[in-house]
Design a protein around this ligand. Structure first.
Ligand code: FPP
Length: 248
């Protein structure tokens, strides 16, 4: 964890916390510790995600973006990739209606052409069914990579003929219409970004925890938010009370 003190849980999201991004890591280790196949960890990971969705809704966070499958995850053993694809299909079949009923808008970001037709149809159906919901936007990054996102944005920008600027490039990224993440949580003990939202995290606060993803829940989320509430975000400026800034 980033802070030395253990913060108290919060009942409501700290002011200004609008977008949480999550690297859901540790499913495989969670399963292996229980002598279960790694894929069992991914299955329990779906429950952890549902718990975090409930937490975001309860605490009034309007945007949640989770890293479900990276561009590099295709390099995992074929049976794990295939089990993950089956799990995505099952999870979408089982959970879409319930999520939509909770007011969640589902969106998928990433290169979809790599998925088979049933999976692509399920993603489209989930987006269509939940399109009018406004309580929580859940962006599922799937076959996503931050580098891929930047390249596809640059290609779109080049094709449009617009001049290159930070603003014009940002408008072609997958999450162009979503505020940049305020808080990025990574579970599972690793302290890296792993090609997640490279552009969007320029001023994001990071929270790393050793908790393995299937054990992460609403309470863990509340602790992460409480830790975030203690941060001072300066966006490249100085603290308002910094010496030399006082005018009186
Ligand atoms: C990383 O843990 C986790 C994944 C690659 C998959 C995450 C997917 C889910 C939680 C399911 C979400 C489902 C939907 C429909 C969005 P790991 O396998 O790298 O764990 P390890 O580091 O312990 O090996």
């Amino acid at each position: 964890m980033a802070s030395k003190q253990v913060p108290k849980q919060v009942e409501q999201a700290p002011p200004g916390l609008r977008h949480i991004a999550v690297v859901m890591d540790g499913n495989g280790r969670w399963a292996q510790r229980r002598l279960l196949p790694r894929t069992a960890g991914h299955k329990y990971g779906v429950d952890a995600l549902k718990s975090v969705v409930r937490g975001c809704i309860a605490q009034g966070v309007p945007f949640l973006t989770v890293f479900a499958f990276s561009s590099e995850n295709w390099n995992r053993p074929a049976d794990e990739v295939s089990a993950l694809m089956d799990l995505f299909v099952q999870a979408l079949r089982r959970e879409t209606r319930e999520l939509a009923a909770q007011g969640v808008r589902l969106r998928f970001v990433g290169e979809r052409s790599a998925f088979d037709t049933p999976m692509r149809e399920l993603m489209q159906q989930a987006e269509d069914l939940s399109a009018a919901n406004t309580r929580l936007v859940l962006n599922v990054a799937i076959n996503y990579g931050g580098r891929w996102d930047l390249v596809q944005a640059m290609q779109a920008l080049q094709a449009s003929g617009e001049p290159i600027s930070e603003e014009s490039l940002a408008q072609h990224l997958c999450l162009a219409d979503v505020p940049a993440p305020d808080l990025l949580i990574r579970t599972g003990g690793e302290r890296r970004i792993s090609n997640f939202l490279l552009w969007q995290i320029a001023y994001t606060e990071f929270y790393f925890t050793d908790i393995l993803w299937p054990d992460f829940d609403e309470k863990s989320l509340a602790l992460a938010m409480a830790d975030y509430a203690q941060r001072e975000r300066r966006f490249g400026t100085v603290h308002p009370q910094a010496p030399g800034l006082r005018v009186a």
